[in-house]
Design a protein around this ligand. Structure first.
Ligand SMILES: Nc1nc2c(c(=O)[nH]1)N[C@H]1C(S)=C(S)[C@@H](COP(=O)(O)O)O[C@H]1N2
Ligand SMILES: [Mo]
Length: 348
């Protein structure tokens, strides 16, 4: 039923992606001129092993465990026939921005050296997980779920699986089978994945095949050894520009970017073009959704040729503003400090 393929199935052209081990980071300049959503052809991929090719005709979602009155399984057509919901949601890897612990703060954090491109926003369609759990007779004393992927076991740790508290599962989690209007692509979890708004990417289990529902707290390597004590993602910002972009002096440029947070809407974005000495409010445009991102822009006519540092600093509804420095994290998670984006202003 599950056939192994070479790590990632979709093409990873150089101008859209940076290869990182078994994964692929989006280049932020690939979002320039795009709409609200990240097209599939440039959406980052984070794989623990490789993308499996799963046959939807034989695929099953198994629900079992002491937290359910009616353990059961559903096929693809059954899931697609359930009441559906469509949501614009960001998925972001917990370690997004990890390399800036070293480049900006001088302390290397081990792990994949992501820039800011381990995030994407897609339009997901699927069944609320709440509905599926209700069909299986979720009990009032259920505590934790253990959603598990059908991809190959990761080293000696078994299948990718991470406990999810019942409260979140019953709130806004989606059992998704569509991404940007088409069936989920293989790399993003075909036939079905979880989409867990606001939470660390690892919560959004791809190639979902099995959910255990327990009446006690659950543990797996993915909440003990990796990703312990992380739930929501902090506030971040990125420019839709290449690293070391070249901008001509003496004419106006519109700098575009996006800001996002797992803790609520973005309420303010400020931009500095002089390495943080002065700041200007960016203008918002497009949608302003919880759990996705806020596109913004600011106009700038650089006068002086030479290197400049662009910086964007956002504030979210919870009142949190991106700090100049992030407290060190041993795993390199949650880098939320203002990123210094180097550019060259060249003679026009
Ligand atoms: N089964 C399974 N689910 C998974 C993963 C995986 O390797 N296997 N990677 C997780 C991680 S760490 C992230 S950041 C997101 C990435 O989703 P994407 O590849 O669709 O961008 O998927 C999560 N779900
Ligand atoms: Mo991740």
């Amino acid at each position: 039923m599950t056939q192994a393929l070479a790590t990632i199935v979709k093409p990873l052209p150089e101008h859209l992606f940076i290869r990182r081990d078994l994964s692929a980071e989006m280049r932020w300049e690939a979002m320039a001129g795009q709409g609200y959503h990240t097209p599939v052809d440039r959406f980052f991929v984070r794989n623990h092993t490789h993308t499996p090719l799963i046959d939807a005709a034989t695929w099953r979602l198994r629900l079992h465990g002491p937290g359910l009155r009616y353990p059961c399984e559903f096929g693809y057509d059954q899931v697609r026939a359930m009441p559906s919901r469509t949501m614009d949601v960001a998925i972001e890897c917990t370690g997004n921005g990890r390399r800036f612990y070293r480049t900006q703060q001088g302390i290397h954090a081990p792990g994949m050296q992501w820039g800011l491109g381990a995030i994407g926003v897609a339009r997901w369609r699927g069944v609320p997980l709440r509905y599926v759990l209700q069909q299986a007779g979720i009990r009032s004393d259920a505590v934790d779920l253990l959603p598990q992927g059908l991809d190959a076991p990761y080293e000696h740790h078994g299948h990718v699986r991470r406990p999810l508290p019942v409260a979140k599962a019953m709130d806004d989690v989606l059992v998704a089978y569509e991404m940007n209007g088409g069936p989920l692509p293989p790399d993003h979890g075909f036939p079905v994945r979880l989409v867990v708004p606001g939470w660390v990417g690892i919560a959004s289990i791809k190639w979902l095949g099995d959910i255990e529902v327990a009446t006690r707290e659950l543990f797996s390597p993915w909440n003990t050894e990796f990703y312990p004590d992380v739930t929501t993602m902090p506030v971040k910002s990125a420019f839709e520009l290449p690293w070391d972009a070249r901008l001509e002096a003496g004419r106006a440029h519109i700098l575009h970017g996006r800001s996002w947070s797992g803790n609520g809407r973005i309420t303010r974005v400020e931009v500095s073009v002089d390495g943080g000495q002065t700041w200007r409010r960016a203008e918002h445009h497009g949608k302003h959704l919880v759990g996705a991102w806020l596109p913004w822009h600011i106009s700038w006519a650089p006068r002086h040729v030479g290197p400049h540092l662009l910086m964007a600093r956002a504030t979210d509804e919870s009142g949190h503003t991106q700090p100049p420095v992030t407290p060190h994290h041993p795993f390199g998670y949650h880098f939320d400090a203002v990123v210094q984006h180097p550019i060259q202003v060249v003679r026009g």
